[in-house]
Ligand binder design. Structure first.
Ligand code: SAM
Length: 291
């Protein structure tokens, strides 16, 4: 479409008209390829009943493509300078609402309640600012919002870590943290050439499908995540060494070894080889043995 925001020509016209200069510190890399944008929106499987939360609309490139397929779009933008631009570029779309807020400081649950219908199908679709990808994703997951799916463009390396399976080099506490809340997959890889300015890293589309119930039974979530993080403190160390240094005040190395054996985890294994199920059993066991 000639009139799409996300063509190199129209983007340049808009940026020139407002004398806009990119702020690297805000992760501003705008998309200028409508094919990629359509594939992102396709991945989110929107219906004309879906409400969408977007983070960082920029000049509205992705917002426009979402607006053509969704019931309503609510977008958080931190940069005041973009507000008058968005007002112009998105003027044909009345069902788009821009909220001038740092998403990390926002009460997203309240925004959802105020902006969308109760029980409405909800998705997050965004080209995230790379400097805060992980905090934004963890915030959206930990707040247990009533969202069906999160489809985001992020750094390829981070997407691979989030979607990694046990026994791979990318698997770590971030994989387990995300996969506890959602099924994670890398939908497709995106070349640097579809952005202005071009970022230094490759990008990928990550698709998270949120779980309605946790995949494992855990007595204490905070403690489970503490055990997971502790197990990866030094990747090359055994699970026994990592856990006994972390819990040095509550367990002797020998007691830790017995707990691992009781949980049927060989103390010589490394954290990266344990499944989420094994971490769950282990953390419940350590909790019972009285940490
Ligand atoms: N969606 C646009 C696109 O695809 O062309 C812009 C994406 S750009 C990678 C990230 C956007 O997020 C920028 O517009 C930036 O100003 C905004 N942003 C950065 N930090 C933010 C924050 N903490 N809360 C809300 N928006 C933020």
């Amino acid at each position: 479409n000639e009139k799409d925001i996300a063509t190199p020509k129209r983007t340049k016209q808009i940026l020139d008209k407002y004398g806009f200069s990119f702020k690297k510190s805000l992760g501003q890399n705008f998309l200028i390829d409508t094919n990629i944008l359509r594939r992102i929106v396709d991945t989110a499987e929107l219906t004309d009943n879906t409400g969408v939360l977007e983070i960082g609309p920029g000049i509205g490139a992705l917002t426009e493509q979402i607006a053509r397929r969704a019931k309503k779009v609510v977008a958080f933008e931190i940069d005041q300078r973009l507000l008058p631009i968005l007002k112009e570029t998105l003027s044909p779309y009345e069902h788009v609402n821009i909220i001038h807020q740092d998403v990390l400081k926002s009460n997203v649950k309240e925004v959802i309640e105020a902006e969308f219908d109760k029980g409405q199908d909800l998705a997050v679709v965004a080209n995230l600012p790379y400097y805060v990808t992980t905090p934004i994703l963890m915030k959206l997951l930990e707040e247990k919002l009533s969202i069906r799916t999160i489809v985001v463009m992020i750094q390829k390396e981070v997407a691979e870590r989030i979607a990694a399976k046990p026994g791979t080099k990318d698997y770590g506490s971030l994989s387990i943290a995300a996969q506890y809340y959602a099924k994670a997959e890398t939908a497709f890889i995106v070349p640097k050439t579809v952005f202005v300015p071009q970022p230094n890293v490759d990008s990928a589309i990550l698709k998270l499908t949120l779980r309605e119930v946790p995949p494992v039974d855990i007595m204490d979530e905070d403690f489970f995540f503490e055990v997971v993080r502790a197990s990866f403190t030094q990747r090359r160390k055994t699970i026994l060494n990592n856990l006994s240094s972390h819990f040095v005040n509550s367990f002797t190395k020998k007691d830790m070894e017995s707990c691992l054996m009781e949980g049927e985890v060989d103390p010589k294994r490394r954290g990266e080889s344990l499944s989420m199920e094994e971490f769950a059993i282990l953390s419940n066991l350590l909790l019972k043995k009285g940490i």
